[in-house]
Design a protein around this ligand. Sequence first.
Ligand code: HEC
Length: 217
Amino acid sequence: MNRLLPLLIGAIGVLLLATLMLVILPAWQLRTSEPPEQLKPYTAQQLLGRDQYVANGCLYCHSQQPRSTGQTLFDTARGWGRASTPGDYFYDSPHLLGTMRTGPDLFNVGARMKSRDWHLTHLYQPRAIFDWSLMPSYPYMFELKDQVAEGDVVVRLPESLQPEGGKHVVARKEALDLVEYLLALDRTYATSAQELDKRDRGYDRRAVEASTDSGAK
Ligand code: HEC
């Protein structure tokens, strides 16, 4: 029993060290005091769309972290945009990095898929666009209406997917918000040397010195 105190102190010490190294230090290293100039804060509607993104589990299949060619050769070749830097996430709290890539990375989807109609059709039924798609459909974000009212956004569908009885598929607010958010995902602007340095080297000053040395030769 007299060993209990050292054991306790040891255990708490290990926990504190782990929290420091894995939580506090990385957060401090990657802190960004200023957002990149071209990055716009989310609008109220885009933030609602972001909530839909989280609530519907888009995160389980889509990452938001294009990687550099040093990490993988494929992300840039796939057209997912330049590797992200800490500042790109300035307005994301919490960030939605994701770990799974069952579907494409979406960090810059607004830059490559700019059509609201395309996104609405795709959300209503991904198989309307790609018959091989394994993305779930989200029919509850849409409603079937006999008559289209003013201001309704009707989803464009192929003949085979048109609802029966001449009804129309109209996007609910959830779908419109979510698409506003998707269209806002665009970090294709050029990033600063400082941000690149932070991303690629963290606080490893030796690497900077070594590369400056070799550059001088
Ligand atoms: C079960 C996995 C899965 C889930 C969950 C999922 N997706 Fe997907 N998503 C995919 C796959 C696979 C593709 C590629 C085929 C396609 O375009 O349908 C894709 C493609 C996309 C694309 C087109 C991207 C591109 O570059 O072509 C968008 C946009 C998208 N998903 C948005 C969403 C949103 C928004 C949600 C949540 C409401 C979501 N996805 C949920 C698997 C998923």
